[in-house]
Design a protein around this ligand. Sequence first.
Ligand SMILES: Nc1ncnc2c1ncn2[C@@H]1O[C@H](COP(=O)(O)OP(=O)(O)O[C@H]2O[C@H](CO)[C@@H](O)[C@H](O)[C@H]2O)[C@@H](O)[C@H]1O
Length: 503
Amino acid sequence: MRIAHAASEVFPYLKTGGLADMVAALGGTLVDRGHEVAVFMPGYRSVFDGPHAKGAELTHRLKIEMGDAFLAGDVYTLKPRAGLTLHLICREEYFDRRLPYWTGERDYDDNDARFIFFQKAVAELLRLTDFKADIVHCHDWQAGLLPLFLRYAEQRYGVTLALKTVFTIHNIAYQGIFPRKSFPLTNLPDELMGIDGLEYYDQMCMMKGGIVFADLVTTVSPRYAQEIQTPEFGNGMDGIIGTRVADLHGLINGIDTAVWNPATDASLPARFSVENMAGKALCREKLLQEFGWAPKPPSRRRTGNTNPPMPVAGAANGGFTGPVFGMVCRFTPSKGLDLLLGAEDFFAKENCRLVMLGGGEKKYEEALRALAARHPDKIGVCVKHDEAMSHLVEAGSDFFLMPSLFEPCGLNQMYSQAYGTVPLVSRVGGLVDTVVDIDVEPAAGTGIMFPPTQEAFNSGLRRALVLYADKAKYAEVQRRAMRRDFSWKTAVAAYEELYANAL
Ligand SMILES: Nc1ncnc2c1ncn2[C@@H]1O[C@H](COP(=O)(O)OP(=O)(O)O[C@H]2O[C@H](CO)[C@@H](O)[C@H](O)[C@H]2O)[C@@H](O)[C@H]1O
């Protein structure tokens, strides 16, 4: 098949979260399986500053209709491997910025224009390159209008650009809602700004476009596909989702085992596998050092383990025998950060460490830094995006925390299991589909699950301590988790079947 993917971020060119990992890994695995894949993303400044787009060549100069104006855009194209083409859609005014979506304080005012331009450019490129896509797969609201743009371009030029379109909801909380006055930028017929079109409480909603107009709608786990049909998790979209239930599919994500495999992970100080776990202890040691913890005596350490973590030369953490809890996430309320902050007493009193890597909302950055400053011996918080550090947290922790209030799929709980790091997860979304609770199924358990309430989270933390104290049982849970197959090699089959059935 010939499959095009349009997304606002793709690993390793730009990543702020799980969307980038998913698109890269699904696209790559489809190529492994013999399909022809084209990927479209905006050419942000950091994509060109980084090492991965070095060979990109200018291939197209576009003129994109945006309301009353025609705006120019450049396309840089890269062929990372046979069967895979990456198109970077550039326009300085829109994408030559340090951060892709926001100033660091608030969303950019022109995100409507930026992503309308991006999507129109994708439709235009599909026409100019004559890719003849069987499937155009659109990810999240930044590509939500693409199914419409394709169909209108087809009418206008009398061509076929996509046999079928698929829209994937990675997170229904981000909907791409803009004022009504943004609509003219789409150059779509006025009737599409009605209740059966893009209108949403008198505003324009790009995610609604994808849900209503794509041939098929998917989301990233079976459980989340059910949840988004309810008012509790639908974020106001449950009614609209309800109109597409017959075409809605919940397909679980996989993990890219070329990137996330403890036996081959070059970013770690030592590698390990279920057969030989020695390397994991070294990773833990390195992690504790990175966060500035030398065990004896604790009082000799610098105070305030906040960013940036400083390595402590020659530190040996042999004196510390408790568990290390790790967490890596975007700092946003949905990741359960209030539950984490509410568990301060647990981390203060128990013999354990907490390491956190992430960034995002200032409120949480400040609250978490303050938490670490109050407990410099126990809690370390690193505020930045750091791919290598995220691997070290996965490898070096004993438990991984995901107390999410909702979680469409979640990737870190799968990375954690692959790295022998027992996940503590909320009983929501894809976490339910990928983690087995050790008390519910003692013979098959790979993690600890709880509803996302403070009391239940605290009791989950206490269950972790009990498990950790039973070394044999803990090792058994680790081994069981590591033996699970979360690879895209397996997960891709559901997408292939979905695409094939659609055609
Ligand atoms: N500071 C930092 N430094 C380095 N790496 C960092 C980081 N902060 C986060 N990451 C990484 O970003 C990714 C986060 O992925 P998730 O899938 O867990 O959540 P996200 O909410 O971003 O994705 C959304 O889309 C994905 C993909 O479909 C769904 O799994 C998910 O449920 C949905 O909310 C992981 O690879 C994590 O390691």
